[in-house]
Write a protein that binds this ligand. Structure first.
Ligand code: PLP
Length: 379
């Protein structure tokens, strides 16, 4: 009897050109940050995102920490954000004494509910955090208008947003600042990695100082000062050239990787239509002005128990699926460091019924058929 092989939830996608570029970095014997591979990644990202300045970071978390510094967050300053997000969306601001103010998400995209933002604004509000869940953009137009009206910053947590667009604009290039992740679980990877995108002239000089550990090393490298010295707060926010070389190979293949992921996403979406019609599950909803990147394929089951049973059933068939974020607002850290505004009814419901299915370029048609058949049988 042929037993079916195990289908993992994720397999990091290696394109094959990484080792050649990393070897070049080794031969250069220039291994610290801001060398030629870093600079090439910056140029490539600035072109694709359309940002004024891109800076590679060791992670999206580090880029979010830089956002909190650039936003000049002081103890007690408030940042409005969804509760349904990754811990570091909030922690980056808490590290500066900021208070995350958690509001509900939209039931269609699971992104921040823009209609609930204005009521949560106080005189202490500094910024609105837009987390583009699953590479599907937040509804940015009203958020940008609201930020303008109340003089707030818009910061994009575009961790999952590579090669995704809102009204043809790349995610991460829309707000004042944007942060992206190249963690091994994302679409484009460098193991651990990230980038900060600066879309407002006012932040460029300071961003480079913060990036260079709070020094004016940039002006030193440009020959404008004899010695570089300490001028502001900052930290060690440069990845090594080996990481940048790996990332450059991945970024060059980003369109192909995204295309392959979208094909798989579309196969799932088509296969699950009958189950949605029969009321067994709900498929992801992508608004027409959003071009997503197939970062994930999730299904929403009828109940929390139904989701857990399906997950267990799939595991028995050798298919690994995963749930997602535990909402922050009633977590230990969320209660200690943040506060909630309004009811979070969608946040308290949908994530408990959500299941993410295997999705990576290596997933074969046969694997996809196994997953869709198993879900059909079990739900
Ligand atoms: C992955 C992720 C992060 C963290 O990214 P790292 O690169 O691991 O620091 C932050 N926010 C969201 C929404 C994410 O999906």
């Amino acid at each position: 009897m042929v037993t079916d092989s195990f289908i993992p939830f994720n397999k990091p996608c290696i394109v094959g050109t990484e080792s050649g570029l990393m070897e070049q970095a080794l031969q250069d014997a220039y291994l610290h940050g801001n060398g030629r591979f870093t600079k090439e990644c910056h140029t490539l990202l600035e072109g694709r995102i359309g940002c004024l300045k891109a800076l590679l970071t060791p992670s999206c978390t580090a880029a979010l920490e830089m956002c909190a510094i650039l936003a000049d967050i002081h103890p007690g300053d408030e940042i409005i954000m969804p509760s349904y997000t990754f811990v570091t969306t909030a922690n980056a601001f808490v590290l500066r004494g900021g208070v995350p103010v958690f509001i509900d998400i939209r039931p269609d995209t699971l992104n921040i509910d823009e209609a609930k933002i204005e009521a949560a604004i106080t005189p202490r509000t500094k910024a609105i955090m837009c987390v583009h869940y699953a590479g599907v953009s937040c509804h940015m137009q009203p958020i940008l208008a609201l930020a303008k009206k109340h003089n707030l910053l818009v910061i994009e947590d575009a961790a999952q947003g590579v090669e995704a667009f809102y009204q043809s604009k790349p995610l991460g290039g829309i707000g004042h600042l944007g942060a992206m992740s190249f963690h091994a679980t994302k679409n484009i990877i460098s193991g651990e990695g990230g980038a900060l995108f600066v879309n407002d002239q006012a932040f460029i000089d300071r961003a480079e100082i913060v990036w260079e550990k709070g020094t004016n090393r940039k002006t030193f490298l440009l020959g404008q000062v004899d010695k570089y010295s300490w001028v502001d707060i900052g930290s060690s926010y440069l990845p090594s050239e080996v990481t940048a070389a790996f990332l450059l190979a991945q970024l060059r293949s980003a369109k192909d990787i995204t295309k392959k992921r979208l094909e798989i996403w579309d196969q799932y979406h088509k296969a699950f239509e009958p189950l949605e019609v029969q009321g067994h599950l709900r498929r992801p909803i992508v608004p027409t002005d959003c071009q997503h990147n197939a970062h994930m394929y999730y299904i929403l089951l009828q109940t929390h128990e139904g989701r857990n049973n399906l997950m267990a059933g799939l595991k028995e068939k050798g298919i690994q699926t995963v749930t997602h974020y535990v909402p922050l607002h009633d977590s230990v850290g969320g209660v200690r460091f943040g506060r909630t505004h309004g009811d979070l009814v969608v946040t308290e419901d949908l994530p408990s019924r959500l299941l993410r299915l295997p999705l990576y370029p290596d997933l074969s048609d046969r694997d996809i058929a196994r997953v869709t058949q198993a879900v059909s049988e079990l739900s």
